[in-house]
Design a protein around this ligand. Structure first.
Ligand code: AHR
Length: 505
């Protein structure tokens, strides 16, 4: 195929405001699953372990990502979890069959350890309660244990365990993926709606300052989507603040052009959930708006086959250890763009997950640590994508793929950071062969200069990173320039880009 440069246009304006970005849109997720906790964040015998057994090499990379909020302890795992197993002296904690992932849970890490760790990495915890095998009582006790200052059974127990001050956990998930047949304690929409409403009601009686996330569908492909959202919200509307969305993609057909177009599905998913929330709002004549918590999103498919081969009932088995490719990183960059473009309604989002399990950070148990390909778009958007999300008017050439029509080659999001007077453009060129030249109108921002143009590109779409070789990493040699007060974005074939500008002197 002849290589050429294709052209697109963007018009930006300070006034084209979507929303202030809630920093929690850059959240993540640690489930008690595989080696996320044991051999991931916690490994007392590791050379870098601190006095609490946490790996400091992992903590340092998590801190680099500036993750604001981390969901815990599951995921599927939470639906059969007895939170009481994970508190008190470690030597007394029971070993349990962890039924969601067929492993042994030693409970050496539980609620208090997770809170200690999340504080150490500068993140807030987002706690899930078990609405699979348990319900209102266990949830209200856990909340009392965590958030009540003292003078009651559960709060005094926390103090006895060495935590004088309450953890003040603000955000709570009412169960996990309760529509899924794989979920322990799966429920119909009516069953879940009633249980979530009553649990939420009681939790807010115990602590009215908390915010609650109601379970949405486990993905846009679920047969009950979006009826599940409508029915459950009929019950929970008054008591909850957010509804969850979960979505994973995979390049199973090895069709890169089609794979990179999956954010069109993600966009449609988000719009449908917003429409459903607002339909129930209208039906209830409510003044309250339910926002979205996209609390599981990522690529997940590489490890599926190898996971089927694992023997059950071991401690911290290497489950869901996807090794990510360059093309996965490009899709992840687009997924973040999609979240930012909906930041008026998406207030929380969690990349699933954070360490070892479908994660941007990989470790060897007892050994080293490395950044997967997907680390990079997550890192740059989390660090530089803070402020106000802006709309842009985009004119881009398009293509058709197996599942999608009219896929724009240019996919982007735009953030204006007033405090630093910085304009940041995150842009993906989906074209597999051609450079994309984008004329960007930035007149309304006054004189700007380019601070850096970071590019993630690679000739091999299947290139991966390992402990010993970082084949996929960004460079700052992007070729964008300013000409006649216009920004000319030069986006190499199939690339993710961050163009950061600030007021020129
Ligand atoms: O993140 C891995 C799993 O994906 C979670 O446990 C579950 O909620 C989802 O199905």
């Amino acid at each position: 195929m002849k290589k050429e440069t294709i052209k697109a246009e963007m018009m930006l304006d300070k006034e084209f405001v979507i929303s202030e970005i809630d920093p929690r849109i850059y959240g993540s997720f640690i489930e008690q699953l595989g080696r996320a906790v044991y051999g991931g964040i916690y490994e007392p015998t590791h050379p870098t372990a601190d006095e609490n057994g946490f790996r400091q090499d992992v903590m340092n990379l998590v801190k680099q990502l500036e993750v604001p909020i981390i969901r815990y302890p599951g995921g599927n795992m939470v639906s059969a979890y007895n939170w009481e197993d994970g508190i008190g002296p470690k030597e007394n904690r029971p070993r349990r069959l962890e039924l969601a992932w067929s492993a042994i849970e030693t409970n050496q890490v539980g609620t208090n350890e997770f809170i200690d760790w999340s504080k150490a990495v500068g993140a807030e915890a987002m706690m899930a309660v078990n609405l699979g095998t348990r319900g209102i009582d266990a949830a209200r006790n856990l909340l009392e244990y965590c958030n009540h200052p003292g003078g009651t059974y559960w709060s005094e127990l926390r103090r006895e365990h060495g935590y004088e001050q309450p953890h003040k956990i603000k955000t709570w998930c009412l169960g996990n993926e309760m529509d899924g047949p794989w979920q322990i304690g799966q429920k119909t929409a009516h069953e879940y709606g009633r249980l979530a409403a009553e649990t939420g009601k009681v939790m807010k009686l115990a602590d009215p300052t908390i915010e609650l996330v109601s379970c949405g569908s486990s993905g846009s492909g679920m047969p009950t989507f979006p009826e599940w959202e409508a029915t459950t919200l009929e019950h929970t509307y008054e008591f909850v603040d957010y509804i969850s969305l979960h979505q994973y993609y995979g390049n199973r057909d090895n069709d890169t052009a089609n794979y990179l177009a999956n954010t069109l599905d993600m966009d449609n998913f988000i719009k449908t959930v917003i429409a459903t929330c607002d339909y129930i709002k209208a039906k209830k004549r409510s003044k309250k708006t339910i926002n979205l918590s996209f609390d599981e999103w990522n690529v997940w498919f590489h490890s599926n086959d190898q996971d089927n081969e694992l023997e059950p009932w071991s401690i911290a088995p290497p489950q869901l250890e996807d090794v990510y490719t360059f093309e996965d990183a490009i899709l992840v960059g687009s997924m973040i763009n999609t979240l930012l473009k909906h930041s008026d309604r998406i207030k929380i989002a969690c990349m699933a997950q954070l360490v070892n399990v479908i994660a941007p950070i990989m470790t060897e148990t007892g050994g080293g640590i490395w950044k997967q390909t997907i680390f990079y778009p997550y890192y740059y958007t989390s660090v530089y994508g803070r402020g106000t999300a802006l709309n842009s008017i985009v004119k881009s050439p398009k293509y058709d793929s197996k599942d999608y029509t009219d896929v724009p080659y240019l996919d982007s999001s735009v953030v204006y950071n007033e405090e630093h007077e910085e304009l940041v453009i995150f842009a993906v060129n989906r074209h597999l062969e051609n450079t994309l030249k984008v004329d960007i109108d930035i007149l309304s921002f006054g004189g700007l200069e380019i601070v850096e143009h970071v590019v993630l590109e690679n000739d091999n779409v299947k290139a991966t990173n390992t402990l010993h070789q970082q084949q996929v990493k960004p460079h700052s040699e992007g070729q964008s320039f300013i000409e006649d007060q216009k920004l000319i974005g030069i986006l190499p074939k199939m690339s993710w880009n961050m163009i950061r500008l600030r007021k020129s002197n």
